[in-house]
Structures are given as structure tokens and as C-alpha cells.
Design a protein around this ligand. Structure first.
Ligand code: GLN
Length: 278
């Protein structure tokens, strides 16, 4: 079968389950053929082998059952990096790049800072900051051993030697360390949120998504404990839910933080809130 015919059929199959059927089909076929998607525009009439068609069909079936494209490809772009992804942790999202931008805005490029990323997952945030601030050192922690191993592989994959990763339940393994900046994209979804049963998130681990107390439990805990691990004047910042900015700000202020401020994501929702230790 020709490439263009194969793609046409695949897009039709994916229409009902994906808003990005064409892109999904192209990415999956490019993965199978080990080419870039521009190849399809150059060689639409190329014949695809029976073995490749069968591998492609296998991926299409999994996509039809809802599996996220990033898990099927095993990789995802984030910031300037290409990251390995796995079902043990969240797929990095564009919204989280906003957190990286805000973090960079408080870090002078020449300064030697110590940065902590809590709940690092793939290492997306930690590695982005490490790549943009090469004189600084970044520690990423995660509760899940498998995610720590994944983040370490992503550091090697992107040739970043100023980021290290350790297994830790939040601050547990960090006693005695002081940081200039702590960042986190913690679980923040309300356990009853209906969007947990829709789309890609169905396949992501609940431990990375859901927190008690309307999604606020982990953010509240981190704000309480963080000052013990922060230098004077250090910053703490979170990604959080679109409707949580006021709650997060209140938490910061009650814990004595100053210069508390929220920033919007690409969709115009409050998504990142920052506070500074006096
Ligand atoms: N932003 C993600 C979502 O809404 C959730 C990420 C998180 O809980 N940290 O799917």
C-alpha cells in the first residue's frame, strides 16, 4: 500500500477519538518508518512493506483505545529538549513551559544557583533549567524509583551533567540542603474532577495527577515545609490548576512569603504562582 493511502485510512480511523487525527497518524507512521513527517510530502506514492503496515496497525489500535501518542512513541519534545517518556509518569505539557519561563526570569544567567525540582517525573523542568543555566546545579526528586531512572536517562540523552536525580518523598532525602529556587509541578487535580476520565490523563499515573483537599494537599504541604530548605530571599514556585491561584497565593501569604504573584498559561489561565522567602 502507498504512504498516502495508508495515512488516509489511518486518519479516518482516528477521527472519532482524537482532535489531532492527522498529526497522530503522521507521527505514528514516521515512528514506524524511522523517517520525519516531511518524508510523507516528498514520497506520498512510496510503497510501505507488509511488516511496517502491521506494526503501524498495532499502534493505531492502541491509539484508538485512547493511549497517548507520546507513550506510543516513547518520547516527547519539551522546551529545547527531546525526552524519553514512560507510563510511570506524566507526559510533559506545553503549559509547564510557562513554569520554566517564570523560573528563568528569577535566575541570572551568570549566577551559580542551587535549584530543586520536586516531583520531577521525566526531569522535564529540571533539565530545561539545567540547560539554560549551565553554571547552576539542579536536583530533581521523585517518589517513584522508575521515574528517577527515567530522568537520569533523559539527562544523559540531552548531555546535561549539572542535573542530578534522587528518589525522595518531597524533602525527605534533602535534609541539610539549602536552595535558591524550588520549583514543582505537583499533583493538583481534585480526585472528583471529571476530566480524569477523559483523554490522555486516563493513562497517566494518578499519583502524579491527583491530590486531596481539592487538589491542594501537596502544594500546601510543600509551602509549609519548604522554608527549611531555602536560602534567605529564595523563591518557591508551582504549576497549579486554572482555578487554584487564589488558594495558592493565600497559602504563600499565610506562610510568610512575600512578592507573591501569579502568571498565565497560553490559554490565559492563572497557571504558575511564585513566592519569595523574606
Ligand atoms: N496539567 C495537567 C492536566 O490538567 C495536570 C498536571 C498535574 O497534576 N501536575 O492534565
Amino acid at each position: 500500500m502507498r504512504i498516502d493511502e495508508l495515512l488516509k485510512g489511518a486518519i479516518q480511523r482516528l477521527y472519532s477519538i482524537s482532535e489531532t487525527a492527522q498529526l497522530d497518524a503522521q507521527l505514528l507512521l514516521a515512528h514506524v518508518l524511522a523517517v520525519s513527517t516531511s518524508y510523507f510530502y516528498t514520497w506520498p506514492e512510496k510503497e510501505v512493506s507488509a511488516a511496517d503496515i502491521s506494526r503501524f496497525n498495532g499502534l493505531l489500535e492502541r491509539r484508538e483505545s485512547g493511549e497517548p501518542v507520546a507513550y506510543l512513541l516513547g518520547q516527547q519534545s519539551f522546551w529545547s529538549l527531546n525526552l524519553e517518556v514512560a507510563p510511570c509518569t506524566l507526559i510533559p505539557r506545553a503549559d509547564t513551559e510557562r513554569l520554566v519561563e517564570v523560573a528563568l526570569s528569577v535566575l541570572d544567567i551568570g549566577d551559580v544557583n542551587r535549584i530543586l525540582d520536586l516531583g520531577t517525573g521525566t526531569g522535564a523542568i529540571a533539565l530545561s533549567l539545567a540547560s539554560e543555566r549551565p553554571r547552576s546545579t539542579v536536583v530533581g526528586v521523585d517518589l517513584v524509583e522508575e521515574s528517577v531512572a527515567l530522568a537520569k536517562r533523559n539527562a544523559i540523552r540531552n548531555q546535561l551533567s549539572n542535573a542530578t536525580f534522587i528518589q525522595s518523598s518531597w524533602f525527605e532525602a534533602l535534609e541539610g540542603n539549602l536552595f535558591d529556587l524550588i520549583v514543582s509541578n505537583p499533583p493538583y487535580i481534585d480526585p472528583d474532577d471529571e476530566h480524569l476520565s477523559q483523554g490522555d490523563v486516563r493513562f497517566e499515573p494518578k499519583s502524579a495527577l491527583v491530590a486531596d483537599n481539592h487538589g491542594m494537599a501537596d502544594i500546601e504541604y510543600i509551602i509549609q515545609v519548604a522554608p527549611r530548605f531555602m536560602k534567605q530571599g529564595a523563591y518557591l514556585m508551582f504549576e497549579h490548576g486554572y482555578d487554584q491561584a487564589i488558594a495558592v497565593q493565600t497559602c504563600f501569604v499565610e506562610a510568610g512569603f512575600i512578592a507573591v504573584e501569579s502568571f498565565q498559561d497560553l490559554g490565559g489561565n492563572d497557571r504558575v504562582t511564585i513566592g519569595r522567602l523574606k
